[in-house]
Design a protein around this ligand. Structure first.
Ligand code: CUA
Length: 339
């Protein structure tokens, strides 16, 4: 090979590699990580991208060089010279990809292993997914339940995930990892948040009509602020005055994810507007309390005009106690607007 050819090959490789590097660096492909695990996944991501850029540059350089220098004349219809077998070349193009893929495999295994280790003194959080809402409970704080995932910065967290109805998938882009929630199976996810902030919690498994709105927030707080929140919440939960309030039942079952109820400050539009219960009952020609109760335990018995069938889970009759159900009905009736 002539020296000029090598120089032009190298030149083309540098240009192709430079363009690919600029595209990789200039565009925000991944969100800024907010967890230790996400940092490690970021390292793996850039390790693989670097290998890809080098391979891309070599392929583009050889291809561009061949197109330019070995171009056949327009009237040349003859076959190219017959070439068969080049043992050294074949060894090289088998060995290099083998080494690269093995290296990616080893680095991935190390990072997966580290991300799966929860560390000492981890915080336990139970995650419940249902159509179409998330709820989070803290078993170390007397089962305190929240519709927003609050986490302390710098401490390992083990999420134990359950699904009440169909498959959902838990995803916080800034934490990098995704985990399916499957009915009948318990899944786990380890997170060590290392950046304060509010991040979206998104369901990434098509789970029904309200899939797109099955979102909430993950708030990473300072450990002091987190402890303070935990204390204030568990005190409220254990005080007898709020033992079974309809408002709490409404909140903890995430009814507001699908329903509008001004009194609860919710604005869901998947299911009927609960501000209009009086009106709905009148149209249905049913006594209000019986109508509301039936609509909760047997949602398909009467479908409000303009809303699809079989969207509301039919499980509340089983999961709510009689007392909870009654207070929820009373709460809805008293909160709903008359007229
Ligand atoms: Cu739950 Cu999509």
């Amino acid at each position: 090979m002539r020296r000029g050819s090598i120089a032009s090959l190298v030149g083309m490789g540098i240009i192709a590699g430079g363009v690919a590097t600029a595209v990789a660096l200039a565009l925000p492909w991944l969100p800024k990580p907010a967890a230790k695990e996400a940092d490690r996944i970021d390292v793996l991501f850039w390790f693989v991208i670097a290998i890809c850029i080098v391979v891309f540059a070599i392929v583009i350089a050889v291809m561009a060089y061949s197109i330019i220098h070995f171009r056949a004349a327009p009237d040349d219809d003859s076959d190219g010279p017959p070439i068969h077998g080049h043992t050294n070349l074949e060894i090289i193009w088998t060995l290099i990809p083998t080494l690269l893929v093995t290296a990616i495999g080893i680095v991935s295994a190390i990072i997966l292993g580290r991300n799966d280790a929860a560390g000492a003194n981890f915080l336990r959080v139970n995650v419940t997914a249902q159509q179409f809402a998330w709820s989070f409970s803290y078993p170390d704080a007397k089962g305190l339940t929240s519709g927003v995932l609050r986490l302390p910065k710098g401490r390992s967290v083990v999420l134990t995930l359950h699904a009440k109805d169909v498959i959902h998938s838990f995803w916080v882009p800034e934490f990098s990892q995704k985990q399916d929630t499957v009915p009948g199976i318990t899944t786990k996810l380890h997170i060590t948040p290392n950046r304060l902030g509010t991040f979206p919690v998104i369901c990434t498994e098509l789970c029904g009509l309200g899939h797109a709105v099955m979102r909430t927030r993950a708030i990473v707080m300072t450990p002091a602020a987190f402890d303070k929140w935990l204390k204030s919440q568990s005190k409220a939960a254990s005080s007898p005055a709020t033992a079974v309030s309809g408002a709490a039942v409404f909140k903890s079952n995430q009814c507001g994810a699908c329903h509008t109820l001004t009194a609860a400050g919710t604005s869901g539009t998947i299911g009927p507007d609960l501000d209009k219960l009086h009106q709905y009952a009148r149209v249905a020609g049913r006594p209000l309390a019986a109508f509301v109760k039936q609509s909760i335990v047997d949602p398909n018995a009467y479908i409000e005009k303009g809303f699809p069938k079989s969207v509301m889970p039919g499980t509340f009759g089983k999961t709510l106690s009689t007392q909870q159900l009654d207070s929820l009905v009373q709460y809805l009736i008293s909160s709903s607007k008359k007229g």
